[in-house]
Design a protein around this ligand. Structure first.
Ligand code: CP
Length: 320
């Protein structure tokens, strides 16, 4: 049973959750009254297209009323520090705001990106854990300082729809260039889920200086030559992230890490993945994004079914 959905650790059986997501994809309304009379608050400190919309659609499919609140734009600035003397810019303490949100909603989803400047604070995931502690309702991670588990579940759903598992697929997560420092959340989370799933050969490729936190990559093969990783790949997941060691930095990269069709020639007709939004012709070429190897729109569409499966698990736990 699932109380909160903060990371893969909250999932008792990944394959069963994927099967549940597939069942909802086949029949979106099959449990459309389970959530009748309940509300989910979707609290965004940061922008979102896919998570914002897919979570509302998933909730509505289960009869849950979604209410979106852009707290980052329209709410009071939150203080997270216990014992803080609030004579600065923060207006409201999470200890006061969280119980109020908990009284309005039966489930709370929260998106809060990392600072990318304070590694310890980001690793603590303080906002998520304070909500768990003070809101007293199930909390769903809509992308936090270190993880994006709803994205990862949709990613594994997408892979499982394109693989029959007669042999383990080779899945490659490759770093890609970007114009600004991005969080490590998607890469961390994808690594954690693929490793926990244990149904694939998993290789991570990144330039020197871009190693991810070992807590999330343990079990993967890690290389610093993209070409070596791509050989015989069945799935190639493309994503930029900033440095973890020199936290939030963008160390200089030698060579071209943008994924182009010529690089896919050494794969086994690999399917290409990305969580979106993507910087065209920086991370990935137009030819790949617009070509037949791309699973990218499917991944985004699958966010609805992945989230519906998670909300269904939480609802079942609430009503038991
Ligand atoms: N992939 C993803 O989470 O997209 P959004 O940031 O648009 O929600």
């Amino acid at each position: 049973m699932m109380k909160h959905f903060l990371s893969v650790s909250d999932v008792p059986d990944i394959s069963k959750l994927i099967a549940k997501a597939k069942a909802f994809k086949g029949s979106p309304s099959k449990d459309s009254i389970l959530g009748a009379g309940t509300r989910i608050g979707l609290i965004f400190l940061n922008p979102s297209l896919r998570t914002r919309i897919s979570t509302q659609l998933a909730a509505r499919n289960l009869g849950i009323e979604p209410i979106v609140f852009d707290i980052g734009q329209n709410g009071w600035q939150l203080e997270l520090e216990d014992g803080a003397v609030m004579n600065g810019s923060s207006v409201e303490h999470i200890r006061d705001a969280a119980p109020v949100l908990g009284s309005y909603f039966d489930i709370i989803g929260i998106r809060s990106f990392p600072t990318l400047s304070n590694r310890d604070a980001d690793n603590e995931e303080r906002l998520l854990h304070q909500l768990v502690k003070y809101a007293d309702v199930p909390i769903v991670n809509l992308e936090s300082a270190t993880l994006h588990p709803l994205q990862s579940l949709a990613d594994l759903l997408s892979i499982s729809e394109h693989w029959n598992f007669e042999r383990k697929p080779k899945i490659v997560l490759t770093w890609a260039p970007h114009i600004k420092p991005l969080p490590q959340c998607v890469a961390n989370s994808f690594s954690q889920w693929v490793n926990a799933w244990n149904k694939a050969e998993f290789v991570i490729a990144h330039p020197p200086g871009y190693a991810l936190d070992r807590r999330f990559t343990e079990g993967a093969t890690i290389v610093e030559v993209q070409e070596e990783a791509l050989r015989d790949a069945d799935f190639v997941y493309v994503k930029n992230w900033s440095a973890y060691e020199d936290y939030g930095a963008m160390p200089t990269v030698n060579g071209d890490w943008c994924l182009t069709p010529d690089k896919l020639l050494q794969t086994r007709n690999a399917r290409v993945m990305h969580c979106l939004p993507v910087r065209r012709n920086v991370e990935l070429s137009d030819a790949i994004l617009d070509g037949s190897s791309s699973l990218i729109t499917e991944q985004a569409a699958n966010r609805v079914w992945a989230t519906q499966a998670v909300l269904h698990e939480i609802l079942q736990n609430l009503t038991d």
